[in-house]
Design a protein around this ligand. Structure first.
Ligand SMILES: Cc1cc2nc3c(=O)[nH]c(=O)nc-3n(C[C@H](O)[C@H](O)[C@H](O)COP(=O)(O)OP(=O)(O)OC[C@H]3O[C@@H](n4cnc5c(N)ncnc54)[C@H](O)[C@@H]3O)c2cc1C
Length: 355
């Protein structure tokens, strides 16, 4: 028997399972999925978990079941590529013939002193739960500083402002306008929403230091009861520790068919892979489909394709609380209730197909 090991049951890992398990897993192949969480988590909804507007259970999806799938619950601490083994905390190593690394990403603090120690996070389920408990236990009038106004910072700030109107939310962003990767028209729409909903936007900010309950913007101290960091991501530490070529975000350089350049048995999926698009769940899923294609061909004894067509992305949608949204669909900006409805619809469909 050959063993395919998948590290991480996130969007990439889950898609690989769902593509292979029903009909495409050869009789002589087993799969071992290793994750530190015993279910698939909908990371795209962590902002709502942290804001207290959805329950934990709403963003969990059970891993699939199959006689040749073993799900191992554990913390991966390293990859012994020479001996083709995965090192797991307090457990026996797991051997692989083929490996898919889909361990996602972590916060990147850009060397800002104190940021890792004194800010809260929405990058993992356990950190989002902690952020939820600290935010929702705040007294009225408390100040929440959110650093970084990309998609996740904007979604958190808007959801929290709807959930806790009594809080004083400050959204710090480096750019002249928030959501710098979107067209200016969209950024202005979102800024106006924040003005109407009493969220203070601090443009052109540069956070130089963070202390307990205090951040420094261009060295000016600003007191906050809680600070949440949404100002950048990098690949999972396990991947950053690997002795392989990486990009600036610590993501592994891969071939056009998604494996390491010198090891055709180690594939990288999702936020751990260096790809020419912004990391997203959609991208992880598109890449997972292509990895499955390579594995299927190899298992049949056929040559895999030399490359794939570019992964087609449908667009990006962001929420502004439960009733409004914004985004780009087929390169066109959309705003308002339709955008929000589309976002909810996509989540519903995802849960329907995976639940
Ligand atoms: C607030 C927020 C909103 C977002 N909104 C969108 C959106 O609207 N659309 C979109 O496309 N993308 C969105 N994203 C980005 C998207 O969530 C990620 O790009 C996507 O989750 C990447 O998928 P992945 O499979 O690479 O990793 P993940 O989905 O992060 O999965 C990684 C898995 O690895 C496991 N893991 C990590 N480390 C270890 C370890 N050491 N040992 C064992 N297991 C481990 C984790 O438990 C997890 O199950 C959003 C992200 C955030 C934070």
């Amino acid at each position: 028997m050959k063993n395919l090991v998948i590290l991480g049951g996130g969007y990439g890992g889950m898609k690989i399972l769902n593509e292979l398990l029903p009909h495409h897993l050869p009789e002589d192949v087993t799969i071992t999925l290793i994750d530190r969480v015993p279910y698939h988590c909908l990371k795209t909804e962590y902002y709502a978990l942290a804001a207290g507007t959805i329950s934990d259970k709403e963003i969990r999806v059970a891993f699939p079941e199959h006689p040749r799938l073993e799900v191992k619950y554990g913390e991966v601490t390293g990859i012994d590529a020479k001996n083709q083994k995965i090192i797991i905390k307090d457990a026996e190593p797991v051997a692989y013939d083929d490996l898919v690394i889909g361990l996602g990403c972590e916060d990147k603090y850009h060397g800002v002193p104190g940021a890792d120690q004194f800010t809260y996070s929405i990058q993992s389920i356990d950190k989002s739960r902690l952020t939820y408990s600290i935010l929702n236990n705040l007294g009225p009038g408390s100040v929440v500083g959110i650093v970084g106004a990309g998609l996740s910072g904007v979604e958190l700030a808007s959801e929290l402002s709807e959930s806790r109107e009594d809080l004083n939310i400050k959204l710090f962003d480096r750019g002249k306008h928030i959501l710098s990767s979107f067209p200016e028209r969209l950024s202005k729409y979102v800024e106006n929403w924040f003005i109407r909903n009493n969220v203070e936007i601090i443009n052109g900010s540069n956070i130089t230091k963070v202390e307990e309950k205090r951040l420094y913007n261009h060295h000016e101290p600003i007191d906050c009861d809680v600070i949440v960091w949404t100002a950048g991501i990098q690949a999972n530490q396990i991947v950053r520790n690997m002795d392989e070529e990486k990009d600036q975000l610590g993501r592994l350089i891969i071939t056009p068919i998604h494996h390491l350049p010198h090891d055709e048995h180690v594939f990288i999926v999702g936020d751990c892979a260096s790809l020419p698009h912004a990391p997203s769940a959609q991208l992880a899923e598109g890449q997972a489909e292509q990895i499955v294609e390579v594995l299927k061909r190899r298992w049949k004894g056929e040559e895999p394709p030399a490359s794939f067509p570019q992964i087609k992305l449908k667009g990006v949608l962001g929420s502004l609380g439960k009733k409004h949204g914004f985004g780009m669909m087929a390169d066109r900006p959309i705003t308002g209730r339709v955008a929000r409805l589309l976002k909810s619809g996509i989540l519903w469909m995802y849960k329907f197909h995976n639940g």
